[in-house]
Design a protein around this ligand. Structure first.
Ligand SMILES: [Zn+2]
Length: 188
């Protein structure tokens, strides 16, 4: 196949050289509700075209490559006194796979144990391109399937206004979980 970026022959959808050149994370941070930190690995504008593959048949491969270069590297270097649980926002299957589950799975490591299908939005509405007001008026209405661990890392693919993650945090806190921090692939 051809590398999507440089079009040279490659065994992967993005060749190793382009992964080195273009997919090194540039970590940035912001704070949400109760000062909970959100760490984003890429600027949205820098990987916009790759993120747009999400609903195509390339999406699974591209998200896997992005996840390995960002969440995977983060998890390898993450030190903690004990293993922590990570859960993804709304990791139900769309277009044949779940893009947030791919990110969450890449966190599997000595100190992070991903759990799947725990945090679901009852309201399937999309916030993409919608205003903050629209988001406030149309809550995602998350439900949590319970699990024993108390401390949680929350995973999502893109943060824009922070409405989705804020609602996810509120749901977790209402269920007596402590959100340590959030991780997103891209932030604006
Ligand atoms: Zn390339």
């Amino acid at each position: 196949m051809k590398c999507l970026v440089c079009e040279s022959f490659s065994l992967s959808h993005i060749c190793p050289t382009c992964q080195d050149n273009f997919l090194k994370p540039s970590i940035h941070k912001r704070k949400l509700l109760n000062n909970i930190e959100v760490i984003s690995f890429y600027r949205y504008g820098d990987i916009k075209d790759l993120l747009h593959t999400k609903h195509t048949n390339l999406g699974y491969y591209i998200y896997s490559i992005l996840a390995k270069n960002s969440f995977g590297k983060f998890a390898k270097e993450f030190e903690f006194t004990h293993p922590i649980t990570s859960i993804a926002v709304d990791d139900n299957i769309r277009s044949g796979y779940s893009h947030t589950a791919i990110l969450n799975k890449a966190l599997t490591s000595k100190n992070i144990k991903p759990l799947f299908n725990k945090l679901r939005a009852k309201n399937p509405i999309s916030y993409s391109g919608k205003s903050r007001e629209f988001r406030l008026l149309n809550p995602r209405d998350f439900t949590l399937k319970d699990f024993s661990d108390k401390e949680v890392i929350v995973v999502d693919d893109i943060i824009t206004t922070g409405s989705t993650l804020t609602q996810a945090i509120q749901t977790l806190q209402a269920n007596k979980k402590e959100v340590l921090f959030c991780l997103t692939l891209a932030g604006v």
